[in-house]
Design a protein around this ligand. Structure first.
Ligand code: SAM
Length: 231
């Protein structure tokens, strides 16, 4: 299967294993991953965030309930919400999630946004699990036609040492563990370059903070809700 499907499948497998109830996808683009996750029966809240409202709206009708969803209501309730905003900004609508996914997002962030990203995701949102995927630049020589970066909008592409030292420093600072894996196996004989897509899976090491225990968290909403469906 194509690489993007392998990345989505990786998340689906993780959801099947850990059964999170509230999942947020940051940089959700055309909401394909959210659409796949809406069929996972453990999930009760799905949220998407993107800085580009038009790409989010392209196919968001797929997230709306179908007649069959009303005729045969599921046991569980499901709320799907799409927000327009940036991962560089904190918004209370992102609090209380079990899993936050950032698939091929960080390499699109400007330096200032990337600097704010850890505090927003790990300090403020502080979900029990975070998954971050990004290209592994060591794989690039194996990709035909790739000169500097895989995509003209990429601000950087990191090798494994660069990604892992960035991730380990975040884990240390925000009290998470992190494990590294990936999708897209290198061809036989080239195993030393690693996966085509590198993935960090972070787990929060401390228990869920109770809402009353975090009065310092701002409550002012800055994201704009562009879609909401309740099943
Ligand atoms: N996660 C999707 C996937 O794997 O198919 C889309 C990845 S796409 C390469 C990167 C997305 O991140 C784009 O939709 C872009 O608009 C979004 N993005 C870029 N900067 C962002 C920011 N500061 N906050 C939120 N989303 C951002």
């Amino acid at each position: 299967p194509p690489l993007y499907k392998q990345r989505y499948q990786f998340i689906k497998d993780l959801v099947g294993k850990y059964k999170p109830k509230k999942v947020a996808d940051l940089g959700c683009a055309d909401c394909t991953l959210l659409w796949m996750l809406k069929f996972c029966s453990c999930i009760e809240v799905l949220a998407g965030l993107d800085i580009c409202a038009s790409v989010m709206k392209e196919k968001m009708h797929r997230l709306a309930p179908l007649p069959v969803d009303y005729l045969q209501p599921a046991e569980r309730s499901l709320t799907v919400t799409l927000h327009h905003g940036s991962v560089a900004h904190k918004d209370p609508c992102m609090l209380g999630f079990d899993l936050v996914t950032c698939i091929e997002l960080i390499e699109h962030l400007e330096e200032l946004e990337l600097n704010k990203f850890p505090e927003v995701v790990f300090g403020f949102m502080a979900p029990s699990m975070v998954v971050i995927s990004t290209p592994n630049s060591e794989f690039n020589p194996l990709l035909p036609g790739v000169k500097l970066f895989r995509h003209p909008d990429h601000k950087f592409e990191w090798n494994r040492v660069q990604f892992q030292s960035w991730a380990l420093e975040i884990a240390r600072r925000y009290d998470y563990s992190v494990e590294f894996t990936g999708v897209g196996h290198p061809p036989t004989g080239m195993e030393n370059v690693g996966f085509c897509t590198q993935i960090g899976v972070f787990g929060r090491k401390y228990p869920r903070p109770s809402e009353s225990a975090q009065p310092e968290k701002p409550t002012e909403a800055v994201y704009k809700t562009v879609f909401k469906a309740v099943y």
